[in-house]
Design a protein around this ligand. Structure first.
Ligand code: NAD
Ligand code: UDP
Ligand code: UDP
Length: 315
């Protein structure tokens, strides 16, 4: 760090997670540079930060080189939901792979510490449960999810090769399903779909029989995990799972959303998408031990805040 404030680059900073991260870093006293091409992110997500002298916004696509001077890089740029990442799958892989190369090249040139937003999708449809970091995954390399899963796996490869070959300080987080305010209302994710459907009184769409499981982490908890990982000693490179181990079936989630919104929506079933994992739950033993991190926001509390956000947008 050359000056009083740490200069931090957040790629994908206008997205759901990125906008919360920018807020948190500003609150911690950093000088934040947000880079986004607005593929899925919006100016609305960061409008309240514009005008803050320590916040800067650059419209830029990370598949092209970027020359800036920073102390830390959080690389979040990448569409994250199947509807978004399957819209232009070639660009999705390019964003993960070329984006990682450019940000690693930047980190190498300026000596910055660099964080990668990887994903539980590197485990594919897992054969072990819950998933620990040493599990190598079961990904279909040619399926419709591969552009995302394999792109993220290759980005991890690049991070570890830059670490081994060039001695970069890297931090790789494998993020599990996260929810909260500023989720996209129309990206097909289960939490936003169910809340929007319930608020509009439309049928709640359960894919398959609803017995598949997920574990949902509230965004504030996740962002706290990001910052703890970035601030951890250099030998803590990850990959490290970040998510809430509280697991539930999709049908249970639907019933909870209906009861919390007081909606009269009925439950209907639709076909299960291809390669949809049957169960997913993070093992966060490593995050607890190395980062002293555990998610603290209860599902009902986080859902209340998310429902309030979607209710306010609807008015
Ligand atoms: P998001 O779609 O809201 O945010 C992604 C941001 O990246 C958007 O603002 C988008 O415009 C930007 N972007 C996409 N391609 C870009 C490019 N080529 N150049 C510059 N900017 C680009 O998604 P999110 O949920 O905030 O996810 C952020 C990161 O976290 C992603 O890398 C995602 O893979 C990862 N992740 C998220 C979750 C989750 O549950 N939300 C789970 C696992 C991993
Ligand atoms: N790069 C960048 N910003 C920088 C330095 C590098 O975007 O400040 C990009 C550059 O375009 C290069 C990539 O990062 O293609 C990888 O850089 P590296 O130095 O590792 O490799 P090389 O320049 O030899 O390809
Ligand atoms: N899902 C569902 N109804 C919806 C949207 C999603 O039943 O309207 C299911 C989906 O098939 C998956 C789970 O909810 O089993 C989580 O889906 P999401 O896209 O949110 O996350 P991911 O599959 O990436 O974990």
């Amino acid at each position: 760090m050359k000056y009083g404030r740490k200069r931090v680059l957040v790629t994908g900073g206008a997205g759901f997670l990125g906008s919360h991260l920018c807020e948190r870093l500003l609150a911690d006293g950093a000088d934040v540079l947000c880079v986004d091409n607005f593929f899925t992110g919006t100016k609305e997500n960061i409008a309240h930060l514009i005008g803050n002298p320590y916040f800067e916004l650059i419209r830029h696509d990370v598949t092209f080189p970027l020359y800036v001077e920073v102390d830390e890089i959080y690389n979040l740029a990448c569409p994250a939901s199947p509807i978004h990442y399957q819209r232009d799958p070639v660009q999705t892989t390019k964003t993960s792979v070329h984006g990682a190369i450019n940000m690693l090249g930047l980190a190498k040139r300026v000596g910055a510490k660099i964080f990668q937003a990887s994903t539980s999708e590197v485990y594919g449809d897992p054969e072990v449960h819950p998933q620990t970091e040493d599990y190598r995954g079961a990904v279909n390399p040619i399926g419709p999810r591969a552009c995302y899963d394999e792109g993220k796996r290759c980005a991890e490869t690049l991070f570890f090769d830059y670490w081994r070959q060039h001695g970069l300080r890297i931090k790789v987080a494998r993020i599990f399903n996260t929810y909260g305010p500023r989720m996209h209302p129309d990206d097909g994710r289960v939490v936003s779909n169910f809340i929007v459907q319930a608020l509009e009184g439309r049928p709640i769409t359960i894919y398959g029989d609803g017995s598949q499981t997920r574990s949902f982490c509230f965004v504030d908890d996740l962002i706290d995990g990001f910052v703890r990982l970035m601030n951890s000693p250099d030998e803590v490179t990850g990959p490290i799972n970040l998510g809430n181990p509280y697991e539930m079936t999709i049908r249970q989630l639907a019933e909870l959303v209906i009861s919390m919104t007081g909606s009269k929506s009925e439950l209907i079933t639709k076909p299960l998408p291809a390669d949809d994992p049957l169960q997913r739950q993070p093992d966060i033993t490593k995050a607890k031990a190395l980062l002293d991190w555990t998610p603290g926001v209860a599902l009902e509390t986080g859902l209340t805040r998310t429902i309030d956000y979607f209710r306010a947008r609807a008015n």
